[in-house]
Design a binder for this molecule. Structure first.
Ligand code: IPE
Ligand code: IPE
Ligand code: MG
Length: 251
């Protein structure tokens, strides 16, 4: 918890690996899909919390490049759920001024789902509140690869000199580059790994792991992650003394 003279820091950009749906359902003797459906409720809570707490961007991991390897039945149900939720939540996103963006290899989805995604993005594109990025058929390695491909094409056409490629230029070709850096990454479900989520973007994020399974996620869990974040000194390679000095100079 923060004390009175300590300033509360709110992350500008939060990313979440929503994990544990399957185990949550299985513990109740239900099919894994029951957990995914229940997970949608947690997602609504997370979005509302982010909006209410003036978090600028929320990026959620909905389906990884590797999740195609799951049983066909589960994959099909997840696609169907994605389609249904895009339709049913659109009005709410509009009402709350939320801008939706899907990141990932969209061509991997059915034409019908791709169309739904483009529609939802189009309807919400001018909204000025929370930016909600849904990572679907997304992999951190895919992201870096697609960025590399973009730059390689520019080099091939002579628009870019290979020697001019630096971190800044590569960053600009990677997803989420227009948003503030991901300050905080939350993973539910007890695993302490990245599972090929935002590999580039998480370079300096604070990481919060919780055993809470995604369908049990609520404002309290989100708040615990924010409390952890608020208490962290972010040094970005500097010493603690340097950080304190910069802070007192800017006050
Ligand atoms: C996360 O929950 C949701 C997706 C990957 C789509 P899981 O389905 O991975 O749940 P567990 O980890 O098996 O419990
Ligand atoms: C990560 O969860 C992907 C999503 C939450 C969408 P997984 O359940 O697929 O990750 P692993 O397989 O346990 O690493
Ligand atoms: Mg999992």
């Amino acid at each position: 918890m923060t004390t009175l003279n300590q300033q509360v820091k709110i992350p500008k950009h939060v990313a979440i690996i929503m994990d544990g749906n399957g185990r949550w359902a299985e513990a109740k003797g239900k099919h894994r899909v029951f957990g995914h459906k229940h997970g949608v409720k947690s997602l609504r809570k997370a979005i509302a919390f982010a909006s209410e707490n003036n978090i600028q961007a929320l990026t959620i991991f909905a389906f990884s490049s590797e999740n195609w390897q799951r049983p066909e039945k589960e994959v099909n149900m997840l696609m169907e759920l994605f389609f249904t939720v895009l339709g049913s939540e659109l009005k709410k996103l509009q009402k709350h001024n939320i801008k939706l963006k899907i990141i990932g290899e969209l061509t991997g989805f059915s034409e019908r789902l791709q169309k739904k995604v483009f529609e939802a993005e189009k309807v919400t594109k001018d909204n000025t509140g929370l930016v909600l990025n849904v990572a679907a058929n997304y992999g951190g390695r895919w992201d870096i690869t697609q960025a590399t491909k973009k730059l390689a094409k520019l080099v091939a056409t002579g628009e870019l000199d290979a020697d001019d490629i630096d971190e800044e230029l590569l960053s600009r070709a990677i997803t989420l580059h227009k948003l503030p850096a991901v300050d905080l990454m939350i993973r539910t479900g007890g695993e302490h790994r990245i599972s090929n989520f935002l590999l580039w973007q998480l370079a300096y994020s604070e990481l919060y792991f919780t055993d809470v399974l995604w369908p049990d996620f609520d404002a309290l869990t989100f708040q615990s992650a924010l409390d952890m974040f608020s208490g962290k000194e972010r040094r970005f390679g500097q010493t603690s003394e340097q950080v304190s000095l910069t802070k007192s100079e800017s006050n």
